[in-house]
Design a protein around this ligand. Structure first.
Ligand code: ADP
Ligand code: MG
Length: 696
């Protein structure tokens, strides 16, 4: 086995490789672009492109691609070879600065929410030099942004980069007020990725998994997760080999895969990387997801990334660990002295204000057909956004809100802004797993996003909302210095916390009382995607994104439409798959088994007229009643489904899907699942949860 340090980043055109391969003047200019956002001219790009190509060819690459993230959320690539035929019949390998900087994929088939009419279908991709190029499967992949020719963002990366700039600027202003010499402020992200692995054999037999990524039917297995033996349990050898190969591939791609373990549900696992700049971290997460899916086939496995592949079993999330860093300084680390503590409190207050003010937008970013089955279920945070601070930090905030001094458990007293903050962080082990937005020592963990989602959406909102809080603070404090600044800052913290304390909740988010309490506090509770999306196109949302140049009105509108349409399309696919399966697989199986029993009864009676056939008759009756019930739900679903397709307005159709169709899908499913319990095994058309989740 090669050492990690030898292979790590070996397929990445990273800073180290750049320094090695580029003339020093070019290297310096490129670094100015990467680190300070300076514009890049074509001469520099030409030199970089040449070096990149030589490096890639040495590593076996034959093609290059602009690697981008259209609004589907997953990555797209179109491979172009370096091939350049010469007049004399030979060919050379070429790659120009222009090809590095800009590409033109034929993009008419990507969703754009009406932003790019098909007659002007060509969007263009633009190199994002702040995320390293890498080689994957003999292709040099160049991370790019994807825009229309009129400049509108058609992807997930562009607004993320804009939001990073917004929060960098405003956080910079705040740090300046503190008189801090500081580096650029960069949001950081550690994305924990949950997933399931099941056998390819079972997968192929389940059309629902193949077409929708989740099981639309299936009774809960005899053994679930109640023994709590899977979490952190010994990893089965096949899975272990898979994880090893995955690590290996990811390390070569410069993705810092760090932790791997079995998750709570049977057949569920998690991978967490070491955090990085949010832009690179998201690129890394998308690569991770792709490699997870690809490599599974080497082991006869399939990787499920759906948020809720199995009912009654935990679903999969993607925890978004987010922080702000200025060089080596984490802005959510309370410091060693009073001023650093004050700075910490300003940033903490900023987050509390941002999350309260834009709770609906944050919730919206986690809304999807898949995640609707997870949020609010027993293992995932509820659909209500609230912040967990922990006992000690919670008490500090209380003291500020109520204007009294604070004395910590270890008797460190704090007269705000004067003494050192008590050391509550070291002691923050009491993590509240039920909170959707938890302070975990020196970062915030947003737990609503689903395993399949691209985290750009939520980090774009977080960065922008945070920029807004920090701007308000900076605007009010500008011009103040010394003690006047300190006094004004403490005052600002106090009244802002007072205004937004309703968002702080340290209790049990799974309890029945919490939704009631949340309603009293006026917190939003959007249970489905259909309910969660409209806030995206509210004035408040438009204004936020416009103020910081993150998204124009048209861009927001288009994103809303894309999300709505995607939701409706997925619902349509699920309903069609359900109907097809019931008609062609489940009902016939139930009927066959019923006929088998009927024959059996007749045969036995012929031989033994007085035989006791109560049990058989009872079973037959149950089967017939079950089939009738299934048929009823099926007809109802069918009628609603056809009616929904007549609804032109996508929001109305989404409402119908969420509130009328989903309940009938649930009824249909449960009627079929009941039959799974009594139909003889060899008649049942698909592998059941017992088999799928507990493979050898
Ligand atoms: P868990 O939440 O499972 O206990 P950890 O708290 O150790 O796990 O870390 C979860 C993730 O948070 C990891 O990906 C880690 O790199 C990331 N993380 C740690 N510090 C930061 C930070 N300052 N900014 C963003 N992410 C961070
Ligand atoms: Mg975590």
């Amino acid at each position: 086995m090669p050492r990690i340090s030898d292979i790590y980043g070996s397929m990445v055109f990273n800073e180290h490789t750049m320094q090695e391969r580029l003339p020093s003047a070019t290297y310096k200019q490129l670094m100015r672009t990467i680190k300070d956002g300076a514009p890049l001219d074509l001469d520099v790009a030409n030199v970089v492109a040449h070096a990149m190509k030589e490096w890639a060819i040495e590593k076996g690459a034959t093609h290059y691609t602009h690697w981008f993230q259209p609004l589907t959320g997953i990555t797209s690539e179109k491979h172009d070879s370096f091939l350049d035929p010469m007049p004399d019949g030979r060919a050379i390998m070429s790659f120009s600065g222009k090809e590095l900087i800009q590409g033109e994929p034929d993009a008419s088939s990507f969703p754009s929410g009406g932003l790019r009419a098909t007659f002007e279908a060509r969007g263009y991709t633009a190199w994002d030099p702040t995320s390293y190029a890498f080689i994957k499967d003999e292709v040099l992949c160049i991370p790019t942004a994807f825009c229309s020719y009129t400049g509108e963002a058609l992807d997930k990366k562009t607004p993320l980069l804009r939001s990073m700039k917004a929060v960098e600027e405003q956080a910079g202003r705040v740090l300046d007020l503190f008189g801090d010499e500081h580096d650029r402020v960069v949001p950081t992200l550690g994305a924990e990725q949950e997933y399931f692995l099941i056998s390819e054999e079972d997968y192929k037999k389940r059309l629902d998994l193949v077409l929708t990524g989740r099981t639309l039917f299936g009774y809960s297995p005899c053994k679930g997760q109640e023994l709590e033996e899977h979490y952190f349990g010994a990893i089965r050898p096949t899975v272990n080999n898979y994880m090893k190969e995955l690590d290996d591939v990811l390390w070569k791609l410069g993705v810092s895969a760090k932790t791997k373990h079995n998750e709570v549900a049977p057949a569920q696992h998690e991978l967490a990387p070491i955090f990085a700049n949010v832009n690179r971290a998201i690129d890394g997460n998308l690569l991770t997801m792709e490699e997870m899916r690809l490599l599974a086939s080497h082991y006869g496995l399939v990787c499920l990334q759906h948020e809720k592949p199995f009912e009654s079993i935990n679903g999969s999330g993607k925890h978004n660990n987010w922080s702000l860093s200025a060089g080596k300084k984490n802005l959510f680390d309370p410091g060693e002295n009073p001023m650093e503590n004050l700075r910490f409190l300003v940033f903490l207050t900023g987050v509390i204000q941002a999350v309260d003010e834009y709770q609906e937008l944050l919730r919206m970013t986690a809304a999807s057909a898949g995640n609707d089955h997870r949020l609010g279920a027993n293992e995932a945070p509820p659909a209500i956004v609230s912040i967990f601070l922990g006992d000690e930090l919670g008490a500090v905030v209380d003291a500020l809100v109520e204007d009294h001094d604070y004395t910590s458990a270890d008797r460190v007293s704090m007269d705000l802004g004067v003494d050192v903050l008590p050391n509550f962080l070291k002691d923050n082990s009491d993590r509240n797993r039920t909170s959707p937005f938890a302070f975990t020592g020196n970062k915030f963990e947003f737990r609503m996003p689903g395993s399949e989602q691209n985290l750009s959406d939520c980090d774009t909102v977080l960065n922008t909302a945070m920029a807004k809080s920090l701007k308000e603070f900076a605007d009010q404090m500008e011009g103040l210095e010394g003690e006047a600044f300190e006094a004004a800052a403490i005052d600002y913290i106090k009244h802002t916390l007072r205004d937004h304390k309703r968002i702080i909740f340290n209790g049990d988010g799974y309890s029945d009382e919490w939704p009631e309490e949340a309603a009293r506090r006026g917190l939003a509770n959007h249970k489905t995607t259909a309910d969660a999306l409209p806030c995206y196109v509210s004035e408040k949302s438009f204004e936020l994104f416009e103020e910081f140049g993150v998204l124009s009105r048209a861009e927001v509108q288009s994103r809303y439409e894309v999300k709505l349409e995607k939701y409706n399309k997925i619902m349509n696919i699920e309903v069609r798959t359900m109907k097809r399966l019931v008609r062609r697989d489940y009902l016939p199986a139930i009927n066959k088994f019923a006929a088998d029993i009927a024959r059996h009864i007749a045969e036995v009676e012929a031989v033994l007229p007085d035989a006791d056939l109560t049990c058989q008759r009872e079973r037959l009756r149950k089967l017939l009643a079950g089939a009738a019930e299934i048929n009823q739900h099926l007809e109802k679903l069918h009628t609603l489904h056809y009616a929904s397709r007549e609804v032109v307005d996508q929001q109305e159709r989404a409402n119908m899907n969420a509130h009328q169709i989903v309940p009938v899908m649930d009824d249909l499913r449960h009627a079929v699942d009941q039959m799974e319990l009594i139909v003889e095994r060899e008649f049942w058309p698909v592998p059941t949860y017992n088999e799928i989740l507990f493979y050898a």
